[in-house]
Design a binder for this molecule. Sequence first.
Ligand code: HEM
Length: 140
Amino acid sequence: MAESAGQPANPERLSPEELTRLQPGLARLMPEIANRLWRAVYAARAGNWRLARWQLSEMRKLFLLCAITRPKYGDDIGEYLHEEVEPLLAAVAAEDLASFELRVGEAVDSANELHRRWEKGFIVWKLPDQAPPDLDLTPR
Ligand code: HEM
């Protein structure tokens, strides 16, 4: 297709404002967060604690990205990391599956409570019944 009215097919550079607008908000980051938690839970259930720890620490980084690109959620995210994610990481460090499962239930309830608080009560996340199909969960 011909390039239209002097517009290059691909920009050589973007302005800082355009780059800012390109950063993902929660609608793009939340599915990645959910994916990480799904993986962490099934890794822990399989006894692959290293993988569970990895998934949770990547999940934590995604939350920190959310707080940077959408600062209005920063306080709630900070609290969520402290109240919900840190205990998950502690249970994984202790390789304590019973405590981990309990904490997962609380973390999911609390996430859905935050969805309600931010007027997104129609978004109710639940842990999938199946393990993620694309990861070999065998501990190694
Ligand atoms: C592990 C915890 C969490 C999970 C699994 C989770 C999961 C999700 C999912 C799957 C979506 C739907 C994304 C989409 O398809 O559009 C979503 C959206 C959203 N979540 Fe979460 N969430 C979690 C924690 C939180 C926390 C701590 C907050 C605090 C502010 C939050 C606020 C939101 C908001 C505001 C949206 C709507 C985003 C938008 O469309 O603009 N969530 N979440």
